[in-house]
Design a protein around this ligand. Structure first.
Ligand code: AMP
Length: 450
């Protein structure tokens, strides 16, 4: 470490025991049950719809995000974890994934594949946000993108799939879909000009943020939460008055397809989304009670992005949702997910011979799908049985010197407190009978092909 980095490090250094940095958290086993379940739902639904999974690197060149998301957005201005590597290159921990996926689409010439290319991801992201409920500095998102085709039916399809996943997770009723169009790039230019004209001369009534936004990102004036800004936004020109004929028809078709799919939504002319790359359709899933504060996901069409990133002009549409927020909603609704971490059998033993036999037995039990832990340390039988109680197992096997000599083993029913002696060779069959074939956790990742 150089003197300066050491000095900087020591400014924030803490003494053991350490805690996580502000805004980040451990995912403990009880939360992983939710993560696993959500991943399963997402993978299943998207695989069914022909999407393939993609992972881009956790960090990219800063320009990938600055160029795509927009220099004047909150993310790029304030929220990126940006650092120089040892050669002085500017890198950034990804704050979102559309930019990375588009970079990858171009880099790997995916326009040569059958179009549209349908990709999904489940990954952690990083934003230097002010930590609060539902807002972290490292958080997980799943998302999906359809790149390479322009049709309002695809926008409707993305919204439908996002809603389907919410249904599978039991939370769809908690959210209202907010829908808007921000028109083509050309429409937007005209609209922004009209917005600026409207706001010029009214700067004194705007909050400090909005004064700044007026030049840099005027669309964001519409979704400011400040009271005076909200009043001004109400009277501001409406995007719908600046839409071209094509954009108006496009939006009408999106709504028609949503109606066909029986998806309910609310039209929200003030919804603009924070990022520069959107065109036409934008949507968010707002908490029916908290509104935008606790949105779980959002997305839209981004027809200009591939070109901005250096590829051929290619239309695209996508969605991303926050996994921590979904879990918080599921927990608030007392929605439980299946736990697969329960243990079926605890194996207790005494003496070296017994331990040897147990090592083999435990492996054979696991092969059949019996979730088994063994007390292979040196504790007394009493201690081991206490441990079995703590693990909350339904059955404990007990193998002592006598049982080894007689070729038997004891099965203890932990709930009833009763015990039976069975032949050692038959113990696995006996246990499967008790646990039930359908409850076994069989190892089945699919066969590898040589
Ligand atoms: P965005 O692309 O910013 O609209 O993010 C999509 C979704 O990701 C949001 O609706 C949230 O559910 C989630 N999300 C965004 N930022 C954070 C954060 N800092 N902490 C937790 N979740 C977040």
């Amino acid at each position: 470490m150089t003197d300066t980095t050491q000095a900087q490090a020591s400014k924030f250094s803490l003494s053991p025991p350490y805690r996580t940095p502000k805004g980040v958290h451990d995912i403990l086993p009880q939360d992983h049950e939710y993560h696993t379940y959500i991943k399963k739902v997402v993978r299943h639904r998207l695989r069914q719809a022909g999407f393939k999974r993609i992972s881009t690197p956790i960090f990219e060149y800063t320009d990938v995000f600055a160029r795509s998301i927009g220099d004047a957005t909150d993310i790029v201005e304030k929220e990126m974890y940006t650092f120089l590597d040892k050669k002085g290159r500017s890198l950034t921990l990804r704050p979102e994934n559309t930019a990375g996926v588009v970079r990858s689409y171009i880099q790997h010439s995916m326009q040569q594949l059958a179009q549209p290319v349908e990709l999904y991801y489940i990954e952690p992201f990083f934003r230097y946000d002010r930590p609060q409920r539902g807002r972290y500095r490292q958080f997980w998102q799943f998302g999906f993108e359809i790149i390479g085709e322009l049709d309002p039916a695809l926008d409707a399809q993305i919204i439908f799939l996002a809603n389907k996943i919410n249904e599978d997770l039991g939370i769809e009723k908690l959210f209202k879909i907010q829908l808007n169009t921000i028109g083509s790039l050309e429409d937007r230019k005209n609209y922004i000009r009209a917005l600026k004209d409207y706001y010029y001369g009214k700067e004194r009534s705007l909050c400090e943020h909005c004064k700044d936004r007026l030049e840099k990102n005027p669309l964001r004036l519409l979704d400011c939460k400040n009271e005076d800004c909200t009043i001004l936004a109400e009277l501001a020109p409406k995007m719908t008055d600046y839409l071209s004929k094509e954009s108006t028809e496009y939006y009408r078709d999106v709504k028609e397809y949503l109606a066909e799919l029986e998806i309910e939504y609310v039209e929200n002319p003030k919804l603009v989304r924070g990022l520069d790359y959107y065109t036409n359709t934008v949507f968010e899933f707002w908490d029916a009670k908290d509104g935008a504060q606790n949105a779980i996901g959002g997305g839209g069409r981004y027809d200009g992005l591939v070109e901005i990133m250096g590829g051929q002009a290619t239309p695209a549409v996508g969605y991303a949702a926050g996994i921590e927020r979904i879990i918080a909603h599921m927990k608030r609704e007392k929605i439980r997910v299946p736990s697969k971490d329960n243990i079926h059998v605890f194996v207790a033993q005494l003496g070296k011979e017994a331990k040897k036999k147990c090592l083999k037995l435990i492996d054979e039990m696991r092969e059949t799908g019996l979730k088994t832990i063994g007390a292979l340390g040196k504790g007394s039988m009493k201690k081991q049985l206490k441990l079995a109680d703590k693990f909350n197992v339904p059955y404990t096997l007990i193998l002592g010197i006598t049982e080894v000599r007689e070729g038997t083993i004891i099965i203890r029913d932990m709930e009833k407190g009763s015990q039976e002696i069975v032949k050692f060779d038959q113990v696995i069959d006996e246990l499967i009978n008790k646990i039930g074939e359908e409850n076994l956790d069989k190892y089945s990742p699919g066969e590898i092909i040589y």
